[in-house]
Design a protein around this ligand. Structure first.
Ligand code: HEC
Length: 114
């Protein structure tokens, strides 16, 4: 009985640590498309495509999904918080739906190349 309780607690813990959408391949693919459509590549590059000043190839290993979400939702605050100096600064994307943001976060979080 105790074993069962412990494993249920562990499973719930794992599910919380890695939300399902973070690994959803469809969402990641949708995010990859948005990354190009929303012109993130004007200032960022992935796998050599885009602006080489803002390489994001390994950003999924550096930042948490929440931090990546904050960059997309409140870049002004994140620029101030991280004292980022590169110009032009990142601007907000008020037209993105919640699903769009989720997809972008899933995609950017999946970039973990060393
Ligand atoms: C106008 C240029 C510009 C555009 C467009 C832009 N960004 Fe940024 N972004 C920046 C700058 C500047 C920083 C600060 C970090 C730096 O100096 O590279 C940044 C930081 C980030 C970071 C944190 C990087 C790190 O290494 O800590 C992420 C993640 C990010 N942007 C994602 C995006 C996504 C996703 C999009 C498209 C929806 C986007 N950005 C569009 C300029 C831009």
């Amino acid at each position: 009985m105790r074993v069962a309780v412990v494993s249920i607690v562990c499973l719930v813990g794992l599910a919380l640590a890695a939300p399902a959408w973070a690994q959803d391949p469809n969402l990641i693919e949708q995010g990859a498309k948005l990354f190009t459509d929303q012109k993130c590549t004007l200032c960022h590059s992935v796998a050599g495509k885009g602006n080489p000043k803002g390489v994001l190839d390994a950003v999924g290993a550096k930042l948490s999904a929440n931090e990546i979400r904050e960059w997309i939702v409140s870049p002004k605050e994140m620029t101030a918080k991280t004292k980022a100096e590169r110009k032009p600064p990142m601007k907000a994307y008020p037209n993105l739906s919640k699903t769009d943001v989720d997809a972008l976060v899933a995609y950017v979080s999946s970039l973990k190349k060393k």
